[in-house]
Design a protein around this ligand. Structure first.
Ligand code: PMP
Length: 394
């Protein structure tokens, strides 16, 4: 068939550019050690930053939730799928980050991808006078949100607040929305949220913060980037994901109750999809208790110690470190094929590190993306450091 031939040709082009993505089948729970093809690997590629994905308390809560609510929700939230577990989780999430928002309310989503589509399209769809200002390194789901909204979008260069200020000043739009990752997912650095918020308040713009990689890891109590920077404003629209540090799945938006009610009424990615299994929401209640309590604090402290160990131990001359104090630690290689060879060489030694290429990152900036987890030990990180230092010298 003609169409299949064309698709095949496109796939071959991807292969020639070392851009084919593959999946590996994992036969064990997510954790620092995973089993693939009968081998045990030391994995530095998950977003399970606190090592909670395989925590017995969460697995038990998931089972308990299935006992209470069954396997599935059966419908979308606005029909009959909104269970007591979802409602309890939303109330708890509103408290979890609520100190930073005015009249806080939270809304639970099946995934962060959908939450981001919903925020951007729900706040601006159909509004001819809306303008979105988007950071150049924002996650794909935020970019896709702007596409769904079909609103006017201006992209400001990474961390360039002067450029953003000039755009906001020149804008005549009555609805202005600034959108940024808090922790940039492929670089690991933090957005200057206090300065961004000051700009937004000055120009009357909402600030949408995607804290996928900060929720649970940043802030003394794990409340995320808002706690880390001690922010408080009615202009904040906060998105946190629950499948990374929180160890389960899904995401939430927290904001002023008017913003949340707008999303419920208008955001198609919220309205037209089946609610996540209530058991997940039930397990997440247990996860929030862990995150906020002494165990969460201890796990965050250990994670920071591992980040410092990696930062101190890597001695690179050819490849480049991107400065990052978070669990996301990129090593810039540049060339796609060389990045794949580096990933394969580590894999041979039993170390699984993510290899990131375009279009996830800009052409010429392919990289190894090491992610650390509180589940790792200092010995695990020492093994990784030695392997990367030796590989770079080969
Ligand atoms: N935002 C960012 C910054 C992310 O890194 C991700 C996931 N990789 C998402 C949103 C999407 O979240 P989810 O995986 O829950 O769909």
């Amino acid at each position: 068939m003609e169409l299949l031939n064309r698709l095949d040709a496109q796939l071959q082009t991807l292969a020639q550019q070392s851009l084919v993505r593959t999946r590996r089948v994992v036969d064990s729970p997510c954790g620092p050690r995973v089993r693939v093809d009968g081998r045990e690997l030391l994995a530095f590629c998950s977003n399970d930053y606190l090592g909670l994905a395989s925590h017995p308390a969460l697995a038990a809560a998931l089972q308990e939730g299935a006992g209470l609510y069954g396997a599935g929700s059966g419908a979308s939230h606005l029909i009959s799928g909104h269970s007591r577990a979802h409602a309890q989780l939303e109330d708890r999430l509103a408290q979890f980050v609520g100190a930073h928002l005015e009249r806080p309310r939270a809304l639970y989503f099946c995934t962060g991808y959908m939450a981001n589509l919903a925020i951007i399209s729900g706040l601006t769809a159909g509004d001819r006078d809306a303008a979105i200002f988007s950071e150049s390194l924002n996650h794909a789901s935020l970019i896709d949100g702007t596409r769904l909204a079909r609103a006017a979008v201006q992209v400001y260069p990474h961390a360039d607040l002067e450029a953003l200020a000039a755009m906001l000043q020149a804008s005549t739009a009555s609805t202005k929305v600034v959108v940024t990752d808090s922790v940039f997912s492929m670089d690991g650095d933090l957005a200057d949220l206090p300065a961004l918020l000051a700009l937004c308040e000055r120009y009357g713009a909402l600030l949408v913060v995607d804290d996928a990689h900060g929720f649970g890891t940043l802030g003394e109590h794990g409340h995320g980037a808002l706690e880390h920077f001690k922010l408080q404003s009615p202009y904040l629209v906060y998105m946190g994901t629950l499948g990374k540090a929180a160890g389960v799945g899904g995401a939430f938006v927290a904001a002023h109750e008017t913003v949340i009610e707008t999303l419920i009424q208008k955001a198609r990615p919220y309205i037209f999809t089946t609610a996540a299994a209530p058991a997940l929401a039930h397990a997440l209640l247990a996860s929030l208790d862990l995150l906020e309590g002494p165990e969460g604090m201890q796990r965050r402290a250990h994670l920071q110690a591992l980040v410092a160990q990696l930062n101190d131990g890597l001695r690179l001359t050819r490849w480049q470190r991107l400065p990052s104090d978070t669990a996301i630690q990129p090593i810039l290689i540049g060339d796609n094929a060389e990045t794949m060879r580096a990933g394969a060489a580590l894999y041979e030694q039993g170390l699984w590190v993510g290899t990131i290429r375009p279009p996830t990152v800009a052409p010429g900036t392919s990289r190894l993306r090491v992610t650390l987890s509180a589940g790792h030990t200092h010995a695990d990180v020492a093994t990784l450091i030695n392997a990367i230092n030796a590989l770079e010298r080969m």
